[in-house]
Design a protein around this ligand. Sequence first.
Ligand SMILES: [Zn+2]
Length: 845
Amino acid sequence: MRKGFVVVVFLLLVLLSGHARDIRDSLIQQLRAEAPEVLLYYEGDTIRRIWGVPFAFGASPVDTAQNFVNRYGALFTRGTSQLRMTHTQDVMLGKFTAVYFQQEMDKIPVDRGELTLLVRNEEGYPLVLASNSVRFVSPLKTAPTISEEGALKIVASLRPDLHPDSKPELVIYPHEDRTHLAWAFPVDNHVLEKRERYRVFVDAHTGKVLEWRPEVYYVDITGRVDGYATPGLRPDYSLNPPVLRSIPKLRVSLVGGASVFTNLDGTFTLPYSGTSAVTVQANLIGPAVQVSNQAGTTLSLQQTVTPPGPANFLFNNPPSEFNTAQMNGLIQTQAVYDFIKSINPSYPGVDIQIPCNVNIDNTCNAYYSNRTINFYRAGNGCVNTAYSTVVYHEYGHFVITMGHPNASGDYHEGIADVTAAFLTADPCLAIDFRGAGTGCLRNAVNNRQYPCNVSSLGVHACGQVISGAFWQTYLEMRQRYASNPQFALDHMRQLYLNSILLRPSGISPQITIDVLTLDDDNGNIYDGTPHYVQIATGFARHNLPAPQLDWVRIEPVLLPPAVVSPSFGSAYTLMRFLVRVTNLTGERDPNAVFVHYSVNGGAYQTVPLRYQGGDRFMTAIPAPPCGSSIRYYIEARDTQGHATYYPRGGVSNPLQAFVALGFQTLVEDTFDTDLGWTVQSFSLTGGGWVRGIPRGTSQNGLPANPSADSPDAGTACFFTGQGSVGGSAGEADVDGGPTYLISPVINLAGTDGFIEYSRWFYNGTTINDVFTVEISNDNGATWVPVETVNFTGSENQWIRRQFRVSDYVTPTAQVRVRFGTSDNPNDSVCEAAVDHFVVRRIVCP
Ligand SMILES: [Zn+2]
């Protein structure tokens, strides 16, 4: 029943798609036809998330993702850019695979432009989440006029103290009003005490510096207060003096020979086969960290022993501030690395020995920059900052940068705080950072709300929105799993770390969606997720609300068909609405089931469905006059007044029907014979419309001229210019113009009709050229636009379109349709084609 219904809706959408002239709207309709319950999360006009239920399938995660992008890339790829798959990533221990796409234009990456697709690793590889950071790109020349050296010189003249760290690379840099071609490269002052590092963007056409993007993440506080202390979470001060403990994961080596890392209990076994005395060295290097002391030589010990030893080392005896900081740097950095790997062993990019610079000659701060973590000395009231949660926070920035290279500043700070909070199971960050008794620098227990004004409150305060949401969710989880708090913590750790890999474009309810999707166990959000209540409660506390579940379930039993017969004579047509309503989280209200409907785009009217016994509710409405179009949706409320709609979205996503006896085909032209079309061109120097079997051409691997007609009967179509065998794409494309293909006269006097056609359009490096469809009701004296098609990367295929004549002109006996395109000024490869032209008359009594 359900499946049959979906097919009907799909046909209906195709039938009426002439209303939706925008390609994205028609793709959304197509997607909704295939996955009716799919959800879209918008930021302004941009779709940021697609989710809720599976909405694409394939033979593997990559297959699913690539097919989806091939079909639906235009939902995201606005302007002239393309999406290229770059890599995949395991998420949630084999439960999902993330597939990453980079946005590009002429193979040049678009800054921060990416699309992440999350595929469940189960039969059919369903796609359950699309995370979109694709940016609008307008056309531009992709050849730089400023050289690489020129860009370096411009930056050097502005900031001679900053040094480029690598060669400039070209990027597409979208900005508010226009898109720039830019040289991008990192510059750094290499001054540990006052680190400045930016990724700088220089306009490759004008030489203007577009942005200095900071790449240093400070704890960023100003300090004061007393005292100083390393066990537990507190700093190295008199209240918390260093204690003697074993040092795990520290490198021990034979001078000039093998090396090993110590075990968790500090013991080690160095393989060695001789019996003579050897020198053994111990350094502050772990598998994931390399400590560097900025206040003198970095600690290391060595001694000569005769095998088998023992070679026992004792570091930092007696303890001093600078030596304790080095030990902390090693132990805590290694601890946070192990923490990340225990959650997701394939987390990207973290398997390096990160430089950990301690005792930098400055106070009251710490920072992450360019794959290093950096900590200041004690002074000015602050403690030495190389301790527990400060190390976790700074390393958290590194983790975020590796998993989500384009994360925003507030997201960075908030998730870095979550890293420390979930490692320690303690919401207090950097306790007594400003001295004994000063308490937490920040707290994941907070009341910070989304949206948060970063420009007035700063990235650290605004980051608390997300640290607060994760922490509150953890508290809800701990309450639910009171008898197994470790599960609550482990699961929150999974959700936190893996959600980074979904690359949210900032702190917003999109993260709630990501976390729910990661938590879900069956690909359908509407029946809840295992911890929906906890996540919804925790995130709502910071105004990052989860989407509403269905309160009741509405299942259609009988709804009007796509084409409703009109009433005439004694045959009086009723449109029947019969649905089943059952309880979910809510209890259904039998007096609150309705159909809302609109005729020909007019105001919605509401009619109650009456209870029929069982779970059934029904009503019937007289069919409106022949030729009418109807939109409608069903609403059912629970006893608390909560509404559920069918289809979901209600008024924004209604079903449609059309009243007619049927349709009579007036014209069906496959262009295999000449039915009297004419070509009219202006200022054209090549590539006018011709009828025949097209010879395909391609440009940059993309089809330009079609290599076959559309999948109708026959083999011919109309297209713009036939080149020679093996000729170039530019040989017979449109030059100058416009060139128009004009239909014979169509007689629709006293009636109305639908016109259908297949179209193809390709445009090379610029999008100033368009493909137009127009209609005339005065034999071509005047024309009214039906659609104007830009090339956005996916129009170079046969696309079927349909429109209703009376939506554009009053039907007369002198209707004509014309298709046109041009390449004027002549600056690109431009090709258009048309096939399978059909006119159907609406038949009414
Ligand atoms: Zn930070």
